[in-house]
Write a protein of this length. Structure first.
Lengths: 332, 319
């Protein structure tokens, strides 16, 4: 009897890059959500995938997970093609969304066991793994608590535990720390690093720029396109179109107004070519072409406007400065 | 009444029954927010931020103590409070199938704003929020940041003196968060608006004129961000050790190390003397075969202060 021959699928058990994205494009009708995106992630790397809301971050992850078909481009996850070899790929990756898809009316342990069975772990393997997960997530003593009674940080670590119950070699974390308190966020990043040390490859999205600083490499996506891709340190050196002045003042709101007026050229002292002026915590970050040249004029401008200024200092840019600069460049 | 006082609570208590026991969600909280302040209520999920907010607004009954807004008691005059206060509830969603303009009109009508006033105020607010070019767009079609700005504009349509915002920027990207805070800064300056905001973002806490840290229903600090940062003892040393766990265990027991915090693959140590302890730590790690990179002093931020205060509170509760 004639059987259609299954296409022979080349399995690459140990590819150089666990995640490969080449020329990836996704269109929804006329809207280009992801536009010719390329990047690779190395084994054991913690890779940050960053961008404004609606920039295409989650759409990229959905395609990597084989949940959405690309319009064009090439994808490989652990050597598998997420479109053609969805099942084989999905069995080897973990995914945690910001919604913490846990069953609220099951206990912590029952959630882990449920996910373990979904991933087809044997009884013995599951018994060993559930202990490991409980310890890793610091859930000792909470095994039998109903998930609905756990606080945000516990739930978050439980959700991560469930996402990696099958020991995946790649894990995708989509805004895993949204709305979680700082202590839990730190514990969580401790977990991410201990997983990466054991060789797990991590792709993570976040809106917290201090977390982005913790990634070994980051990609910025804006309006579907990659606008920057490098280590946080290198991005700070290469991506800024200017130098950052940090202004400390008792009245940042009013200082900001004065600086914005000078940016528009309406100030008595003339125009100052700020690339960006924005509040940063309780301070102001102003991006100028030449920090040494503009430090004194900026100070003088504020003093003349009757604003008490503690200091105007030239500082190294933060990743948030880079992010805003990169996204703005893309907009204009 | 003190004319400058906008929001105040004294010994405020709110309990929730849970089966046969009761949970104290708000535990004897004292707060005073003055006119023109931007007050941030900061704390983890479940600390009591939203409950405190709802009791102040008169949406929940208090069990003990006092709470009032602009001199109106939360329990006795909730309607007067609602007329004077703009409120964005947590996870608040605008009707998605109404346009930007229809949403504004809906809120204006709910507050019985005359159509003459609406014609004047609504374009002003939309221009202010940067939404004047999107009046006919469905709310559902706005970006995350624009939705939050529209919610803010809607909450201001009855020209309140106070706005109470419960996690208004949750899940919003850094650029949009900055824009939202710039709007709040303008409002405070130009309209003298008093702002009461709950947020989990520590960098936003730095933008408040005063901050209350709430933990397990109790207010554990209440001061300016600068003053709160000085509550942390010692100076802050940052480095990346080659072996994380052994390094953490080693430095935790060293003399002069007041507190150890982890930061991704890095360690943050509060020490009593930077140059002395830096040398000693490097030497101790060296003799244990641990190398380190990027060791330097950094300025503590709100986040380090928060972690330190909560950790100490936790330890005090266990004594």
């Amino acid at each position: 009897m004639f059987r259609p021959k299954k296409p022979s699928l080349p399995l690459e058990p140990d590819p150089a890059f666990p995640i490969v994205v080449e020329g990836l494009t996704k269109k929804f009708g006329n809207f280009v959500a992801v536009d010719n995106v390329s990047f690779n992630v190395q084994p054991g790397e913690v890779f940050g995938w960053l961008g404004p809301n609606g920039a295409g971050k989650t759409t990229t992850i959905r395609m990597l997970l084989g949940l959405l078909k690309p319009t064009s481009g090439k994808l490989r996850v652990l050597g598998y093609d997420p479109v053609m070899q969805t099942k084989a790929m999905q069995a080897r990756v973990g995914y945690m969304s910001q919604l913490f898809t846990l069953y609220e009316d099951l206990t912590a342990l029952e959630n882990i066991r449920f996910y373990g069975k979904v991933y087809g772990l044997t009884r013995d393997a599951l018994r060993q793994r559930q202990g490991e997960i409980i310890r890793m997530a610091g859930l000792e003593g909470r095994e039998h608590s109903l998930t609905s009674t756990l606080s945000g940080g516990w739930k978050q670590r439980l959700a991560l535990g469930c996402a990696i119950v099958h020991n995946p070699r790649v894990v995708f974390l989509d805004e895993p720390t949204a709305g979680v308190d700082p202590i839990s966020r730190r514990d969580f990043w401790g977990l991410i690093y201990s997983m990466a040390k054991k060789g797990m490859t991590v792709l993570v999205t976040t809106h917290y720029m201090d977390e982005a600083e913790l990634c070994q490499r980051v990609g910025f996506i804006s309006q579907g396109r990659v606008v920057a891709l490098d280590t946080p340190e290198r991005l700070k050196q290469t991506q800024m179109r200017g130098q950052v002045l940090e202004i400390t003042t008792a009245d940042p709101d009013r200082a900001l107004q004065v600086l914005k007026t000078a940016q528009a050229g309406d100030a008595p002292g003339g125009k100052i070519p700020f690339d960006e002026v924005a509040l940063y915590g309780s301070q102001i970050h102003a991006v100028v072409p030449d920090a040494n040249k503009y430090r004194r004029p900026v100070h003088q401008l504020l003093v003349n406007a009757g604003i008490p200024v503690q200091s105007v200092e030239w500082i190294a840019p933060s990743l948030e400065d880079v992010f805003i600069s990169a996204v703005k460049t893309e907009d204009s | 009444m003190d004319a400058g006082l906008t929001i105040s609570t004294h010994d405020l208590v709110k309990r929730f029954k849970s089966g046969s026991s009761a949970v104290t969600a708000v535990d004897h909280i004292h707060l005073e927010v003055r006119r023109g302040e931007t007050f941030g209520l900061i704390g983890p999920d479940g600390a009591g931020k939203s409950t405190t907010t709802r009791v102040i607004l008169g949406l929940l009954r208090r069990d003990e103590g006092q709470s009032s807004v602009l001199g109106f008691d939360s329990m006795h005059s909730p309607y007067q409070i609602r007329e004077q206060v703009g409120y964005i509830a947590q996870q608040f969603a605008l009707p998605a199938d109404l346009t930007v303009m229809e949403n504004m009109r809906l809120f204006a009508n709910l507050h019985n704003i005359s159509s003459t006033d609406q014609k004047k105020r609504i374009p002003e607010l939309l221009k202010f929020a940067g939404l004047n070019e999107f009046t006919s767009r469905l709310a559902d079609r706005l970006s995350g940041g624009m939705k939050k700005k529209l919610a803010l504009a809607c909450s201001l349509v009855h020209e309140p003196q106070v706005v109470i915002l419960d996690e208004p920027t949750l899940g919003v990207d850094p650029v949009s968060r900055r824009e939202f805070w710039n709007l709040l800064g303008h409002l405070r300056l130009e309209k003298g608006l008093t702002i009461f905001i709950c947020t989990p973002y520590m960098d936003e806490a730095e933008r408040c004129t005063r901050v209350g840290l709430i933990y397990k229903g109790q207010l554990i600090a209440n001061d300016t961000p600068e003053a709160i940062k000085t509550l942390v003892p010692g100076r802050l040393l940052e480095f990346t050790p080659s072996k994380f766990v052994p390094a953490r265990n080693l430095v935790s027991s060293m003399e002069g190390v007041l507190e150890v915090q982890t930061y991704g693959a890095m360690l943050h140590l509060f020490v009593d003397n930077i140059s002395l302890r830096k040398r000693q730590i490097e030497a101790a790690m060296n003799s244990n075969g641990i190398t380190s990179s990027g060791m330097r002093e950094i300025q503590p931020r709100m986040e380090e202060a928060y972690i330190s205060l909560v950790t100490r509170q936790e330890a005090a509760n266990h004594v």
